[in-house]
Write a protein that binds this ligand. Structure first.
Ligand code: CA
Ligand code: CA
Ligand code: CA
Ligand code: CA
Length: 248
């Protein structure tokens, strides 16, 4: 649907400044925070995760520097976190500033490695209160990174902001280590509230850089529909095409 934006007709009373924490990198929307985790979450070297080390799980995948798919090479960084003990019940909860939309097909991507008998339940939530199971992730080859993708499958009436991974397997060779959690960017939704409305339009105006003009900070990243590092007339046209108005 093509709509014409006539800003003068509607007063935009508050321009919500998009958060600078949204990690939109190379067209993917990576988790912004670890909001909760059980007591025994560690990196591969055995250091317990604390609030200064939550970045192990954030942003884009970063534990396979030499890109051979194997995370334990001497040159690779140990930027993963996972289960310390052999007990079930360990968990992590990830948060996205910009919510993840339920699109056709899979919506969530988890980069991890784990033991052959690993098993965990993945649940998602709009509000961090009510979680729904979206699938399970199982075992693999220790040290070899893989990507698991899961589908929100119509379970949520708006964007997902929280994802919990809960360990259900216990015993030997059930360890799991996570590198990153990501999904698709909802282009045009600058304020992350799962619509493209006049508040987003105000951000588009502020962020407009013109052909080849660059992206003025992370807060402007959701406006680069065609991912060519600017917000210009082409992006403006896409924005108009995708305009939803307030959804909630
Ligand atoms: Ca989907
Ligand atoms: Ca990582
Ligand atoms: Ca919005
Ligand atoms: Ca662009």
């Amino acid at each position: 649907m093509r709509i014409t934006l006539i800003v003068g007709v509607v007063t935009v009373t508050a321009v919500t400044a998009p958060s600078a924490s949204a990690e939109i990198i190379d067209g993917a929307n990576w988790a912004d925070e670890v909001v909760e985790y059980s007591a025994n979450i560690q990196n591969y070297d055995g250091f317990l995760m604390d609030e200064d080390m939550e970045w192990w799980l954030l942003k884009e995948p970063d534990c396979d520097v030499n890109e051979n798919g194997y995370a334990w090479d001497p040159v690779d960084q140990d930027t993963v976190a996972g289960w310390r003990t052999t007990d079930a019940g360990e968990y992590v909860v990830m948060y996205w500033e910009h919510g993840l939309l339920d699109r056709s097909g899979d919506d969530l991507s988890i980069i991890l490695y784990g033991g052959p008998f690993a098993d965990a339940e993945v649940s998602a939530s709009v509000d961090g209160v009510v979680y729904r199971l979206i699938g399970t992730i199982g075992g693999g080859t220790p040290g070899y990174l893989r990507e698991e993708t899961l589908d929100f499958a119509g379970l949520f009436d708006t964007c997902v902001h929280y994802v919990q991974v809960l360990r259900v397997a216990s015993g030997p060779q059930t360890g799991m280590f996570f590198d990153a959690f990501g999904g698709d960017v909802y282009w045009g939704d600058f304020d992350g509230d799962c619509d493209i409305d006049l508040y987003d339009f105000a951000s588009l105006q502020v962020c407009f850089s013109g052909d080849g003009g660059g992206i003025w900070g992370r807060a402007c990243a959701p406006g680069d529909f065609d991912r060519d590092d600017d917000i210009d007339g082409d992006d403006w046209a896409s924005f108009a095409d995708e305009f939803t108005g307030p959804v909630q």
